[in-house]
Design a protein around this ligand. Structure first.
Ligand SMILES: [Zn+2]
Length: 127
């Protein structure tokens, strides 16, 4: 026998409801077992540890990415500087050989003119 907590009527141990007031005895069985609470709390702790580690790794990865981006920016600056230097060298090379080439072209033309004059003079001796 068991007693109804609401009306104190005595009921059979197998009764689900109080036949006097309708109290549902099974309500008390719906209390979540401790094992479920322990499992849920453990899962919550594990999840928060995993999420925490993930967030920590993510922030670490972000700082690495930031460093990489700074390195890439420095490299791009270096490449820009090198391109400027190459451009300067190209400009200098473009001017230098042209001047030298022009000198050689002038020398060649002068020599050619002198040679042609000389050939003309020699030719007049054989006319
Ligand atoms: Zn009752």
């Amino acid at each position: 026998m068991k007693t109804c907590p609401r009306c104190n009527s005595s009921m059979d141990d197998n009764a689900s409801f109080c036949s006097n007031c309708g109290y549902a005895f099974d309500k008390k069985k719906s209390i979540v077992p401790k094992i479920v609470i322990i499992i849920v709390l453990t899962a919550a702790v594990v999840v928060s540890i995993v999420v925490g580690r993930f967030a920590y790794n993510l922030s670490k990865a972000n700082s690495y990415l930031q460093s990489l981006k700074e390195c890439a920016d420095l490299m791009m600056d270096g490449i820009d500087t090198l391109q400027d230097i190459y451009e300067d060298i190209d400009n200098a090379l473009e001017k230098l050989p042209n001047e030298d080439l022009q000198k050689y072209v002038d020398l060649y033309n002068n020599a050619k003119t002198e040679a042609e004059e000389l050939f003309d003079k020699i030719a007049t001796y054989f006319e």
